[in-house]
Design a protein around this ligand. Sequence first.
Ligand code: NAD
Length: 499
Amino acid sequence: MRDIDHFIGGASVRGTSGRFAPVYNPNTGLEQARVQLATVEEMQAAIANSVEAQRSWREVNPQRRARVMFEFKRLIERDMNALAELLSSEHGKVVADSKGDIQRGLEVVEFACGIPHLLKGDYTMGAGPGIDVYSMRQPLGVVAGITPFNFPAMIPMWMFAVGIACGNSFILKPSERDPSVPVRLAELMMEAGLPAGVLNVVHGDKVSVDAILDAPEIKAVSFVGSSDIAHYVYSRGTAAGKRVQAMGGAKNHGVVMPDADMDQTIADLMGAAFGSAGERCMALPVVVPVGAETANKLREALVPAIEALQVGVSNDTAAHYGPVVSAAHKAKIESYIEMGVSEGAELVVDGRGLVLQGHEKGFFVGPSLFDHVKPHHQSYQEEIFGPVLQMVRAETLGEALKLPSEHQYGNGVAIFTRNGAAARAFAANVEVGMVGINVPIPVPVAYHTFGGWKRSAFGDSNVHGPEGVRFYTKIKTVTQRWPTGEAVVDSSFVIPTMK
Ligand code: NAD
């Protein structure tokens, strides 16, 4: 059995805890490797290594740091196919989608290549007699990222590309379910010229996460994962005096107006609901048609489209999506389908019990469609994170607007319409952090910023873009006056003002 080791101080490091988590190939359902789970002491040793590495990394000028990012980008492009295959073999998403996962992370690396410009401060000459004021953004020191299974390339890059470019050293604690790609990314950063210890990857579970949250040397923590754990990380991290941004779960709605371009909308809904087996925090698992006629048209078109979907192994180029990540997750998704039925929703297409010939043990779940889902259903209120599309019918746009606005999650939402005024009002009033107008998956581009509202994000800071630079730096403002040789005797006990 292959062991997946930590990557600390620029080298592979064998764990000593004797604790491991299994890493499956979701296509076969078989355990293919095991990953080390660090002890508190191992995490502390990695943090000490990061503290040391940061002392010299912060002195490297921003343009040189950017050069590492440029080279890292080149190396990822060189290794794109191998990385995507490795990613699919542990996550299960189809290889084309794994390339998208890597590419979206790479776009944040491209953003981080602009770090010299992004770190420039402000300067005011002559703020007072002979007085100038300037501000600078300085790195925090050691920062950490704790990431989920569903984007093992993109989400680590959201975090470490910006954090490291800002002059911090970075501890990455990736998901224990698909840990190989994060290690490869760290190796490629080294190959790109990053000094040893500036990016350390420590594998683990709650023990490692708690060690990060409690370590006084770690100044900021970025977390992405499910909401209860996000809330826990936020509470414990901020109680320890850290800056924390903790992104959580989601239940994104797609509102379909009667005037929407129906063919395009169906195509968009299919990709957004079932792509990556629905295991995306920006998936669209809820569709809200406005008016009975829209609902009936939509249902009529969705059923054959869903029945035509091909579920296959992740390297099958004809497959629309692959297996889900684990047997436990497959069981959880199927239990939500059962729940929906018992709550009285109409199960129009049932994806349970799918077995793929030749891959009987793989974690495959067929696509499901529910109609007549009601807001009080628990299966609507909670995140399923699988290939299940729930239709909640609304009579008016006002009613449709209330659904995502009143939902516990507020990550993304989309409206499909040709009516600019309706779309504009919807975008202005919906209580959700990221809005798509005829765009099903409104993940903002790298130089904007990503973040949901309500239980989809704890803390008041978004990920990547200029917000990411702010998160990983602190401002220092210098007020200076240089002696001119003339005697100045103006000792004052009154607060200096600009009178
Ligand atoms: P998860 O919450 O199970 O795990 C996330 C991280 O937390 C992992 O690194 C894991 O090792 C760690 N962890 C797990 N249990 C822990 C515990 N008890 N204490 C401390 N740390 C713990 O999430 P997941 O299943 O890997 O990912 C899917 C979830 O992530 C979904 O809810 C999805 O919506 C969410 N997600 C959100 C976003 C976003 O930006 N809002 C993006 C991607 C995924």
